[in-house]
Design a protein around this ligand. Structure first.
Ligand code: TPP
Ligand code: MG
Length: 784
């Protein structure tokens, strides 16, 4: 390299270092302000993680100021949020006011949030491990779109996760790694802030080198960034080798303790341990205490030069990359390396000391460039402006609306009376979609964790194929072996087959459900799984909803109705999980036509501005379908309930049911109507929507929005004020028992409160008191 460019490079690194110090400062000060300066009204600790931020500032400076391009997307380590906000502030994308209000209402969020932050967060983070997996599935979603020409080659971005080393304990990372390997994903970087400290303690040495081996085994390129330029230079000097060996073999906890104690402690220990190496002792003697401490602690992840070179190398190809960047938690802060530093906050004296050390002017703490010469200010501003990531490019997109099929069109797919199950109806609608030639059907993407066939997605997949970057033929088909499933794989396929890791299903839905804002291309993701196994991926489901990803989730089969499959597969709490999950509308239809109407509704909700995702809880139970006399039920199905048999005015009893137990409710109703012809039978398709609408109508009365009557208030007003309600659901009775609160009517709630077991329906419904007889007993009890 000619001297001129070498000098220019060194100058740039020096400038970047200055900038990095100011990012460290701004993040630290933002946290300090929230905890020590801003008025506290509740006495609660505000928090923020100064040590975790300091561990990552060099990494993030190198990334955001040099390596990142506008099309790249990042999931930031949750507790490095202040660093992210500080950097976006430098880019002019985060307001000073929001930094001042960090962790207060409307201010910068504690952990980066797509929906709550204004500074262009790509992926929300918070629950450690999920953001990591999210980048792998975002990469898969990008591959899917790229294969369709919807993302152009030059627009393909890197999906980057910045993670803490303790985050590597989260099993979901390895589930995602396996899936990523199967799908041969590219353009993914996982960058570990390897400070060897978790929340509680220093981490175990036993995993040392293992992580790299795990990722190499999965086909990733591993970049271990252990040493800084300064260290490599020192190790190259006489006696340096023994010093390097000493660091390499020193346990994490001792290294951390000495990092905390500083130069004199380093010297004492090194002199004792390296007694037999006179050259090394001489080398050490050449350093002043402060310089020695710096030499020992400025690891690869704190060396801009090392990081920039590594990112440059990685940019040469699209192989997935795992960076192990050695760092020190809290580097340059008074609690650096201390095992208890996770939630540590600098005192006012300590932050003043840091301010002076970094040359920030007292009283101008919010000016990130205060105290610098005007030449330096200009140079730093130029550096920020030249960052590729600073380009004024639209990064958040609004995808054009796509015409979705009407309820009538989907109803046609399930027409025909006779007996049907809701799960089969779902399969028929999906099959109908697979036959359509419209834009919508081309944008539907299905996915399932190894239960594609058993959840009735097979028909869709046969026609639309399985997506894979590498095309493969269905060998069974080629060899003419009869099979109902044709599974040829190609880039054109519209089904993403996942292994049995339900957590991955939800992360995949999160990524596929965000393609509109991330890539400007709307997909209509439909994911299926067995209802009880929603619990397996619950945090990931919450994560998907928290980011406002949009999808249709079909969980089937459900409840005790799964009969012979037994207690391990019979879901109980799923309806309540669905009700309590924001961003997800939970429905449990009983009939095929209800299922079709709800699917049309779900597709509309996917792209509505104030829409949501939908969860359909379905069943394999084949039941008689109702004769419809008019279309009034259709609105009710979407709103959450309708009278399958309307009560006479002032009726003193109603049976209320959800889902697969409709025949038992009907049988009880018919038996009852001999004595009580005025009773009603209420079909509840969504206790979730009913409940939300009911609380909203209550609020509207006392917030002065003007009175409005909710659907459930209107429906129950058809009954006598003192009427009794018998509710019946194949799950926790809690899902419907609240109905008694609407008008103060008495309730007997039937449902599952103990684990189920194998059996046939008559036996199980009898034993668990879900049959018509149980309903009639409950009615009698109410009327007594
Ligand atoms: C799923 C989940 N469990 C627990 C936590 C609480 N928590 C936040 S950070 C953290 C560990 C931090 O260690 P590391 O990932 O190494 O980050 P560092 O602060 O050391 O950079 C824990 C346990 C969380 N955010 N998410
Ligand atoms: Mg750590």
């Amino acid at each position: 390299m000619p001297d001129g460019s070498l000098t220019a490079k060194r100058q740039e690194i020096a400038l970047l270092r200055r900038l990095e110090e100011r990012i460290l400062w701004l993040a630290s000060w933002t946290i300090h302000n929230a905890n020590h300066l801003r008025e506290s009204r509740d006495g609660l600790k505000v928090g923020g993680h100064q040590a975790s931020c300091a561990s990552m500032t060099t990494l993030m400076t190198a990334l955001y100021m040099k390596a990142l391009r506008p099309q790249d997307r990042v999931a930031v380590k949750p507790h490095a949020s202040p660093v992210f906000h500080a950097i976006q502030h430098l880019f002019g994308r985060q307001s000073l006011d929001n930094l001042k209000r960090f962790r207060s209402l409307g201010g910068a969020q504690s952990y980066p949030s797509r929906t709550k932050d204004i500074d262009d967060v790509d992926f929300s983070t918070g629950s450690v491990g999920l953001g990591v997996a999210m980048t792998a599935f975002a990469s898969l979603a990008q591959d899917y779109l790229a294969a369709r020409g919807a993302v152009k080659a030059e627009g393909v971005g890197r999906m980057i996760s910045l993670l803490g080393d303790a985050e590597l304990d989260e099993g979901n990372i390895y589930e995602a790694l396996i899936e990523a390997c199967k799908h041969d994903i590219r353009n993914t970087w996982w960058i570990v802030d390897y400070n060897r400290q978790s929340l509680d303690a220093t981490t175990q040495d036993r995993m040392f080198t293992r992580y790299g081996e795990i990722f190499e085994a999965a086909g990733w390129t591993v970049e271990t960034l252990k040493w800084s330029r300064r260290q490599r230079d020192a190790f190259a000097r006489p006696g340096g080798e023994a010093l390097q060996h000493w660091i390499e073999t020193t346990p994490n906890d001792l290294y951390s303790a000495l990092t905390y104690q500083g130069g004199a402690a380093w010297r004492e220990r090194l002199n004792a341990d390296l007694e037999a190496h006179p050259e090394t002792l001489a080398l050490i003697a050449g350093y002043k205490d402060a310089d020695l401490a710096e030499l020992m602690t400025e690891l690869g992840g704190h060396c801009l030069e090392t990081l920039l070179e590594a990112f440059e190398r990685a940019g040469q190809d699209d192989a997935p990359r795992f960076f192990i960047a050695y760092t020190v938690k809290g580097l340059r802060l008074p609690f650096q390396g201390h095992k208890d530093n996770h939630a540590g906050l600098m005192t006012p004296t300590q932050i003043a000391e840091l301010r002076d050390r970094l040359g920030v002017t007292e009283g101008q703490e919010w000016d990130p460039l205060s105290g610098l010469s005007s030449a330096e200010r200009t140079a730093l501003k130029g550096l920020i402006a030249r960052a590729p990531f600073a380009a004024d490019v639209r990064r958040s997109h609004v995808a054009p609306l796509v015409a979705t099929p009407s309820a009538d069109e989907l109803l046609a797919a399930v027409a025909g009376n006779g007996e049907q199950s809701t799960q089969a109806a779902f399969g028929k609608v999906m099959f109908e979609i697979s036959r359509r030639t419209d834009e919508f059907s081309g944008r539907v993407v299905t996915t399932s964790p190894d239960v594609t066939v058993s959840t009735n997605l097979g028909g869709f997949v046969n026609r639309r194929g399985v997506f894979h970057r590498r095309a493969t033929e269905d060998v069974f088909k080629r060899r003419r072996i009869p099979s109902a499933q044709v599974w040829s794989m190609a880039e054109t396929g519209q089904h993403i087959e996942l292994g049995i890791a339900e957590n991955n299903l939800f992360i995949a839905l999160a990524a596929l459900g965000l393609t509109a804002p991330l890539f400007g291309e709307r997909l209509f993701p439909v994911g299926t799984l067995y209802d009880p196994f929603i619990a397996r991926g619950l945090d990931a489901l919450n994560y998907a909803c928290y980011q406002d990803a949009r999808f249709l989730l079909v969980a089937t089969p459900s409840g005790l109705t799964l009969a012979p499959e037994g207690g391990a597969h019979q879901s109980i709490n799923a309806p309540v999980i669905g009700m309590a999950q924001p961003g997800l509308d939970t429905y449990e239809p009983a009939f095929a036509d209800e299922t079709a109407v709800l699917m049309a509704h779900a597709f509309e909700r996917i792209q509505a501005v104030a829409g949501a995702s939908t969860y359909l809880r379905l069943s394999t139970r084949v039941i008689d379908q109702p004769q419809r006399l008019d279309d009034a039920w259709r609105t009710g199905v979407v709103e959450g309930a309708y009278w399958l048999r309307p009560p006479a005015p002032g009726a003193r009893l109603a049976i209320v049911y959800s889902g697969a137990l409709a025949p038992e409710a009907l049988a009880a109703f018919e038996a009852l109507s001999e004595d009580m012809p005025e009773a009603g039978l209420l079909a509840v398709t969504s206790s979730d929507c009913l409940h939300r609408d009911w609380t909203a109508s209550g609020r509207s009365r006392w917030t002065g929005e003007g009175p409005r009557t909710s659907t459930v208030e209107r429906l129950l007003a058809d009954l006598d004020r003192d009427a009794g309600l018998v509710t019946l659901t194949d799950g926790s009775p809690l899902a419907l028992s609240w109905l008694g609160s609407v008008r103060g009517q008495r309730v007997r709630a039937l449902g599952l409160e103990t684990f189920g077991q194998s059996g046939d329906l008559p036996d199980l419904y009898g034993k668990y008191r879900l049959d018509a007889e149980a309903v009639l007993d409950a009615c009698a009890d109410l009327l007594a």
